[in-house]
Design a protein around this ligand. Structure first.
Ligand code: CA
Length: 234
């Protein structure tokens, strides 16, 4: 029998925390929790969790800072951020710090559990994808180390950004739809009713990193009505 997957819940609001812990235990996970930022950070750094559910607004150290520090220590640690704030700016900040997903409060328990399952499935999937990606003459990406080089410029990527590039690179002969990316890279179920905006946000961020002119991409191209396609030699 497999060991139970371990989840850390960092949330200061008792009602939400208790509800999350109960539902995750009900779904078969082993759950620990913290009610403030500093104990959350401490557990997150030392606990060996399969997933961390991280509130943004916390007493002490806030969720973005925790995410940042956990990422610095372990770039593969799965993290889902929870927040009452829903502006695009906050979503972009959370994603740029490397959270795997972002759930806005109030959330439905069913939706939250789906996200948890998706992130864990994705994290455990061992993808036999190329670790080195060459684009044209100027771009060289190192997927294992989440970095790259464009001419003299050194580039850094989040795990998710690199996963997107690896998946598009493995399918470079055809356009890949947003739904397929959500399914294959994020691990969401095919029939899940999910927003595709998060895909577009990631693509925009990637273009700013790898394209000389992000408004007229040479490599990470849009195929109208079909999705995105990576051109490896242009
Ligand atoms: Ca809070």
């Amino acid at each position: 029998m497999n060991r139970k997957l371990r989840i850390l819940v960092v949330e200061d609001e008792a009602a939400i925390r208790t509800g999350l812990v109960d539902v995750l235990v009900f779904h078969g996970y082993e759950v620990d929790w913290a009610e403030d930022g500093s104990s959350g950070l401490n557990k997150a750094l030392n606990g060996g969790f399969d997933l961390i559910l991280l509130d943004v607004m916390l007493p002490g150290v806030d969720g973005f800072k925790i995410c940042n520090q956990v990422r610095a220590a372990d770039r593969d640690q799965p993290i889902i951020m929870l927040t009452a704030r829903t502006s695009d700016e906050d979503i972009i900040q959370g994603l740029s710090l490397g959270a795997d997903d972002y759930v806005a409060k109030p959330f439905s328990v069913a939706q939250l559990v789906l996200r948890v399952q998706a992130v864990l499935r994705r994290a455990r999937a061992t993808l036999a994808l190329d670790k080195r990606i060459q684009l044209g003459d100027e771009l060289e990406l190192d997927a294992a180390n989440l970095c790259g080089r464009r001419g003299e410029e050194v580039l850094a990527f989040t795990r998710r950004e690199m996963d997107i590039l690896q998946y598009l690179h493995a399918n470079a002969e055809r356009p890949v739809s947003r739904d397929e990316l959500l399914h294959k890279v994020w691990g969401y179920a095919r029939d899940a009713d999910l927003e595709t905006r998060t895909v577009d946000i990631h693509i925009a961020k990637l273009r700013r990193k790898i394209e000389a002119d992000p408004g007229t991409p040479r490599y990470l191209t849009t195929v109208r009505g079909a999705g995105y396609r990576l051109l490896t030699d242009s």
